[in-house]
Design a protein around this ligand. Structure first.
Ligand SMILES: Cc1ncc(COP(=O)(O)O)c(C=O)c1O
Length: 397
């Protein structure tokens, strides 16, 4: 990207192969969900090592159908970190259940088993059920924020001892490794996003993977109106609706892009990793900057910096300086309890979320994507160091 144009915060990495794959599907005469989507979901599930997977039109749809298929609904409570995108909590209230927002760990920005355990200790137990003021606690949605994976061993074991389901919001976390394998292979529901800014994209799109094939089969039905057999697998005109469903399917055009992106995913991830490493090296010893928390196996979806008060500048001034240098930045996330809708509905006191508040006050996300060149990366580093210096000098400096 030439230095006089703004470097965007994110940009999809699409090669000739994606264009050719879309052309082939368009020429085939079948462009909605069909054979290409069947292949995409099989290849994706195989890649992460999951028993099965179903392609959907977003991660939001994946989380929503995951909750529906697990039978979560009115009277239930689902624990959700407050430091996330609204989709994670929105899907819970869509089922009629209540999302109870929890704080995150100040250092990793993740929901931890300790935070969940502390909440559960405050619940009342009877008939094998844990109840809090908002209802019966049924599930947790953990968010693998920025590409880093939550402590899954700890969370699964907590869920097992309290009879809860663990759903994983892995919108940021493909391909992320957790121990010996990829995120998506464990548990009943892992939701991935293929939104335009994500590590791999189909424009809009998502995937649910899980270790209970019957649950994924139900989701396959729910995603298309509860119809028993999808159009491309029917011999004749007859079809049956066996339950109330949704319109959450992914088209073959999107799946064609997804199949190529999946094949290129490790190569794209290597580039993100290299950018992450360059940033870490450049920012680790700069006073006033807290570089991105490290985790082996991260998908490196976000590169976050914390701009601490010691540097003599605030995050907002830093962002303004980056704008002057034509480098896009992002903010992940404004905690949910600060949003009008959540404030009006749940009226939560920010003081109950010291981790989220401290992170939110100082965090900013820098561009990190596989379509960035080495000189784009150098441009970001220079802009960060310059911006810090400019704000430290102050307006007159
Ligand atoms: C943490 C998180 N969860 C869920 C989503 C929703 O993903 P989608 O746009 O595919 O529905 C996003 C989107 O950015 C996200 O950041």
């Amino acid at each position: 990207m030439p230095g006089n144009e703004k470097l965007p915060f994110a940009r999809p990495d699409l090669s000739d192969r994606e264009f050719e794959a879309v052309r082939a599907v368009m020429e085939s005469g079948w462009i909605t969900s069909g054979p290409e989507t069947d292949l995409f979901e099989k290849e994706f599930a195989d890649f992460v090592g999951a028993a099965d997977g179903a392609a959907l039109n977003s991660a939001t749809a994946a989380l929503h159908l995951g909750l529906v298929a697990l039978g979560i609904g009115p009277g239930d409570v689902v624990l959700v970190p407050a430091f996330t995108f609204t989709a994670t909590a929105e899907v819970v209230s869509r089922t009629g259940a209540v999302p109870v927002l929890l704080d995150v760990d100040r250092k990793s920005y993740l929901l931890t088993p300790d935070i969940v355990a502390e909440f559960l200790r405050g619940c009342r137990g009877s008939d094998g059920k844990l109840t809090c003021d908002q209802g019966v606690v049924k599930a947790i949605i953990c968010v693998h924020y920025g590409g880093r994976v939550c402590d899954l061993d700890g969370l699964f074991s907590l869920c097992q001892s309290h009879g809860l389901e663990l759903l994983q919001d892995a919108a940021h976390s493909f391909p992320a490794r957790d121990g010996a394998g990829y995120v998506g292979r464990r548990g009943p529901v892992t939701a991935f996003s293929f939104y335009a800014t994500k590590n791999m994209t189909t424009g809009e799109g998502g995937m649910i993977t899980g270790d209970r094939p019957e649950l994924i089969e139900k989701i396959r039905r729910l995603r298309l109106h509860g119809i028993a057999t999808p159009a491309h697998r029917r011999a004749g005109w007859h079809y049956d609706v066996v339950e109330q469903g949704y319109k959450y399917n992914l088209s073959d055009i999107a799946s064609a892009i997804g199949r190529v992106q999946l094949q290129r995913s490790l190569e794209m991830w290597e580039k993100r990793k290299a950018i992450h490493e360059r940033y870490q090296k450049a920012f680790s010893s700069v006073p006033g900057l807290r570089p991105c928390p490290e985790q082996t196996g991260s998908a490196h979806h976000l590169y976050t910096l914390e701009i601490s008060g010691d540097s003599g500048l605030g995050r907002d001034e830093f962002v303004a300086e980056m704008e002057k240098r034509k480098v896009g930045t992002g903010l992940h996330f404004i905690p949910l309890y600060r949003m009008t809708y959540y404030q009006q509905k749940y009226g939560l006191d920010p003081n109950r979320f010291p981790g989220c508040e401290a992170i939110f006050a100082s965090i900013v996300s820098l561009p990190i994507y596989s379509a960035m060149s080495e000189s784009d990366c150098s441009r970001v580093i220079d802009a960060v160091l310059d911006s810090i210096a400019a704000v430290q000098r102050g307006p007159q400096g």
